[in-house]
Write a protein that binds this ligand. Structure first.
Ligand code: ZN
Length: 657
């Protein structure tokens, strides 16, 4: 493990708090130390209050902040003397502890201080760094973990047995620390949890963390438990999408809401899931309490959800009686599934949540394999895991995240998504919480949006095999398909029938009609498995009810597509799938309408460009976004009982009315 300290960089961070920010970010940059909001840091600073009196303040990481990106606003200042008095109480229940922390901050707008605040307060060092280093956790999660830690560190660290984070842990640390700390002490190991380092400067504390974790890594290396063997696995060579979508449907039912089920067939995960001893090594529990809330107790192996739920209920019943307060069972849905074909599958209410679980489990695999090489992974007893999983503070935090968005946990696919109405549809669906796959023949689609819940794929929808491949990638990435927006289409220049070549006719039919038939046929098995029933929106055209001269191929293709939609509504109604058409007209903020073309068309009709744009009953301009918002709403609850409808988005057209 390398120190990332850089004198030049560090010089840009002047003052105690700034130095704290700098090394906190250094810790955050190394994912083998902390992941996704894990770990915490603090610094003790004497500052004048508003009365001019000197006050000792502990600046500790606030909840909801990630060390990698922390700023001054992410540290909560609390009054140190009061924290030290709290530490002398014989007990302090969690909710009350949080109340005391929040009411003794010196900046009202600061985030809630870490639940480990009192622990940071009692450690008699200016800087305190805390991580969940993979190497240390791998060693402590073995049968002789404590003995190994003592062998590695000797007097350098104080060793603390496992206690759930919170007030009781702080008390225990105070007691052991008073007895065992001496002038050689540089840090502290919390068994089955993580490691602390201390220092008089930010650099000293940070570099001690690096040195201490490096000792653990060197120990593992000396025991041949650091470099993991290159994974070898059988890779599935068949389409997985129907089976993955079926599993996602069951997981969503168990969760009580649609879930994203991200799957990853990387060889590392397949090899882990295919190990003959996977059933033993993967089922012993999470590596550290920090991971319990996100990953839940243990992963599910294979696809038998009923079995998993039964085990979950038994686990709940066995421990609920022993809990200090009555508990209600959380949903029994697994968050991590290991499958010999699907690899690592992770479930969440958003692509981001599923991604966080995947990152955590990726590290868990390394920890388990290293601990196994060291003689056997041994997690916390189930009772302790239960306590963390049902930890009121953490559950409250999860609930506080607010009302979920309308399409949270759902997956949408939009064709022709690189520009115009298609791109606007992607935005409207993302804004409602869906994970969205955008397809386009334009390769720019791949990088249209850079976010966890977007996948852009170059796809020629006139090829059946490219459609199949796009659907396969959609489902492997997000777990299924709930909403489909058929938008891709072409509009060749105006040509009267006596000038219309057969080739052009066939090309227009092939893209605007045939490709949509293929898409509907291939997507149907997936839409059938949508947890809240599939929805399809067809982007039609005003030309369907009111065709114009010179657009025979376009109008005929859209009219035939409209009829296809109506037949699909009849055939798919029994599966609960709804399909509706939008008929936009005169949407000019798309790629094909350049300023010159607009000006020429307006002139042709003897209108100004503005009059031409608003040439409808309401005298209003219709934008891509207007169409997209309505397309998204057609998938929503307002239209839950509507299928085979044709809705105009045209400002009112006297030929249609
Ligand atoms: Zn921790």
């Amino acid at each position: 493990m390398q120190s990332l300290w850089n004198d030049q960089e560090a010089a840009q961070y002047q003052g105690d708090l700034q130095q704290r920010i700098y090394t906190s970010r250094l810790l955050g940059r190394d994912k083998t130390l902390v992941l996704h909001g894990g770990g915490n840091t603090s610094v003790k600073i004497t500052e004048p209050n508003i009365l001019g009196e000197d006050e000792q303040r502990l600046y500790v990481k606030g909840s909801g902040w990630d060390l990698e990106f922390i700023e001054a606003a992410g540290f909560s200042p609390v009054r140190l003397d009061y924290m030290l008095k709290l530490a002398k109480l014989s007990m302090l229940p969690d909710p009350q502890m949080v109340n005391e922390l929040v009411t003794h901050m010196t900046r009202a707008s600061a985030p809630t201080p870490s639940v480990e605040t009192i622990l940071h307060a009692l450690l008699p060092y200016k800087y305190v760094d805390h991580t969940h280093a993979d190497a240390v956790i791998a060693i402590t999660n073995t049968a002789k973990g404590e003995a190994r830690i003592r062998e590695i560190y000797g007097q350098e660290v104080v060793v603390i047995p496992y206690v759930m984070p919170g007030f009781d842990l702080a008390r225990l640390v105070a007691e052991i620390f008073a007895r065992e700390a001496n002038d050689k002490t540089q840090g502290m190991v919390l068994l089955n949890h993580g490691i602390f380092s201390f220092g008089e400067t930010a650099q000293e504390s940070y570099e001690r963390m690096i040195a201490l974790v490096s000792h653990a890594e060197a120990y593992l290396a000396a025991q041949n438990a650091w470099q993991l063997a290159a994974p070898k696995a059988a890779t599935p060579d068949r389409p997985l999408r129907s089976d993955i979508a079926a599993l996602r449907k069951s997981v969503s039912a168990m969760l009580g809401a649609p879930a994203i089920l991200a799957t990853d067939q990387t060889e590392k995960y397949l090899a882990f899931a295919q190990r003959p001893d996977a059933n033993v090594i993967a089922r012993q529990g999470p590596a550290t309490p920090d991971h319990v809330i996100r990953t839940k107790r243990i992963p599910m192996l294979g696809r038998n959800l009923e079995d998993y739920a039964t085990q979950y209920r038994a686990y709940f019943d066995a421990h609920a009686m022993l809990a200090k307060e009555p508990k209600t069972m959380l949903d029994p849905a697994p968050r991590v599934i290991l499958d010999a074909e699907f690899g690592l599958c992770t479930a969440g209410r958003s692509a981001k949540d599923a991604g966080i679980v995947a990152d955590i489990y990726d590290h868990t695999i390394d920890i388990i394999l290293r601990a196994t090489a060291l003689g056997g992974f041994q997690a916390l007893p189930a009772k302790d895991i239960f306590d963390v999983e049902y930890w009121d503070l953490e559950q409250a935090k999860l609930k506080k995240s607010g009302k979920p968005l309308a399409f949270a946990g759902e997956v949408a696919l939009v064709t022709g998504a690189a520009s115009g109405i298609g791109k606007a549809c992607v935005e409207s669906l993302l804004a409602r919480g869906a994970a969205v796959v955008g397809l386009d023949i334009n390769p720019a689609i791949a990088s249209l949006f850079k976010r966890d819940d977007y996948l852009g794929l170059r796809c020629d929808i006139s090829s059946d095999s490219e459609i199949q491949s796009a659907l396969e990638q959609t489902v492997r990435r997000f777990g299924g398909l709930d909403m489909l927006v058929l938008n891709a289409g072409i509009f060749p220049g105006g040509r009267r029938i006596d000038q219309l070549g057969s080739e052009e006719w066939r090309k227009v039919m092939s893209v605007n009609l045939d490709a949509n038939l293929s898409f509907m046929r291939e997507a149907h098995p997936l839409l059938k498995l949508a947890p809240r029933y599939g929805r399809v929106v067809v982007i039609g055209s005003k030309n369907v009810p009111a065709p114009g001269p010179g657009a025979a191929a376009y109008s005929a293709s859209k009219a035939a597509l409209n009829q296809l939609m109506r037949v699909a509504a009849l055939e798919w109604g029994a599966d609960g799938i709804r399909i509706n058409t939008l008929h936009p007209n005169a949407v000019f903020d798309t790629g094909i309408w350049t300023e010159e073309v607009l000006a020429a068309r307006a002139k042709h009709y003897g209108l100004t460009v503005d009059e031409y744009k608003r040439n409808n009953v309401l005298k209003t301009e219709v934008t891509s976004q207007d169409v997209a918002e309505l397309a998204a709403e057609l998938c929503g609850s307002l239209f839950a009982k509507t299928t085979a409808a044709q809705v105009p988005v045209d400002g009112g057209n006297d030929r249609v009315i």
